[in-house]
Write a protein that binds this ligand. Structure first.
Ligand code: ADP
Ligand code: MG
Length: 344
């Protein structure tokens, strides 16, 4: 088991310092501004996610933390130490990429040991640590196989084992589950979260999948065009989106403008009835999704809202017959959130 290093004078990590601190980071590629001025603190032991659409600067940010990219401006600190000018191999960080990048001619255990071999650690200790870490990623006894003899999920676990074998305090993961099918991806999400808890190390996780970000993260940062739009816990970001972009990217964009006020209301917070109070409208679309049904309602006063309803009793046939019906939509005032802070 890993032991906690005691804090001592002269140690490179300052007690209480964030695992990662980015200050004023900017990175451009010619005309393209990949990161447009980023400030971010990630706490020690956090599962922190960078969430955003393709091209929003997530990978560039990760590569700046790892040291593969030099920022045009700004500073990178890891555990209180400024590493802006430190080479990637000298940073206390490992990275797991989407495509695994295992060595095909090496066995699983050789792949896992590789980093230790480069560091000059002896054969016996190497093998012991590799076996231990393979057990941790639930792949005991598969060390002799070649990567091609493994499933996609198993290969991703080998890549993880390789990244944690030298016990980095910080692990960066760039869309590590992107190549897996949905079921395996969901299994691996649970597994990664457990692994992070067991290891007690900081994970910085990149994904464009909002559900993945909401289920796995302690906190997340929502990226848009090289900037962070919001940082918070999954519940903060989902329940209290601060900008229109966040409201639309995390969850369904359900925005209304009434009396000069722009606000969102989440689909599951809306009560749909045939009569009574609330906004009047007409059901325009009905989509049966198994456990629930999704409705799109055109409102008489302008705008449309998505409503979801659990299928407690109604069958798919009942739901489909609701197209064209006149309905009333209501919600509690505390379930609406003003959208004010937009850059556009
Ligand atoms: P994400 O990971 O969120 O998809 P990236 O960080 O990869 O986004 O890219 C951010 C922006 O920077 C994109 O517009 C991308 O095309 C650009 N970019 C990234 N890397 C390079 C590069 N090596 N050369 C030129 N442009 C790049
Ligand atoms: Mg990327």
């Amino acid at each position: 088991m890993a032991t906690q290093a005691p804090a001592r004078p002269g140690a490179s990590s300052a007690a209480g310092a964030p695992a990662v601190r980015l200050t004023g980071i900017r990175r451009t590629y010619g005309e393209v501004v990949a990161i447009a001025g980023l400030d971010l603190d990630i706490a020690d032991g956090e599962f922190f996610t960078l969430l955003g659409p393709s091209g929003s600067g997530k990978t560039t940010t990760l590569r700046v933390i790892a040291g593969f990219e030099r920022p045009d401006a700004g500073h990178v600190e890891l555990q209180g130490r400024d590493v802006t000018n430190v080479a990637p191999s000298e940073r206390p960080v490992n990275t797991v990429f989407q495509d695994y990048a295992l060595f095909p001619h090496m066995s699983v255990v050789e792949n896992v040991e590789y980093g230790l071999r480069v560091k000059g650690i002896g054969r016996k200790e190497r093998r012991e640590r590799a076996e231990e870490v393979l057990a941790r990623v639930r792949l005991p006894g598969l060390g002799a196989r070649k990567p091609i003899q493994l499933s996609g999920g198993q290969r991703q676990r080998v890549a993880l084992a390789r990244a944690i074998v030298n016990r980095p305090p910080l692990l960066l993961l760039d869309e590590p589950l992107g190549a897996l099918d949905l079921k395996l991806r969901q299994e691996m999400q649970v597994f990664l979260k457990e692994l992070q808890r067991e290891l007690g190390i900081t994970f910085v996780y990149v994904t464009h999948d909002q559900e993945e970000a909401l289920t796995m993260s302690d906190r997340l940062a929502v990226f848009n065009e090289g900037r962070i739009e919001q940082i918070g816990t999954p519940a903060d970001v989902y329940e209290h989106p601060e900008t229109e972009f966040v409201a639309g990217f995390v969850g369904v964009s359900n925005i209304l403008e009434r009396d000069g006020r722009r606000f969102i209301v989440r689909p599951e917070k809306i009560l749909m009835t045939e009569t009574g109070d609330g906004e009047a409208g007409v059901v325009k679309e009905v989509v049966y999704v198994g456990g629930f049904t999704r409705y799109i309602v055109d409102l008489d006063a302008g705008g449309e809202l998505v409503v979801v309803r659990q299928n407690l009793e109604s069958s798919s046939q009942d739901a489909l017959e609701e197209r064209g019906k006149r309905v009333r939509l209501s919600w509690r005032p505390e379930h609406t959130y003003d959208i004010g802070r937009d850059r556009a």
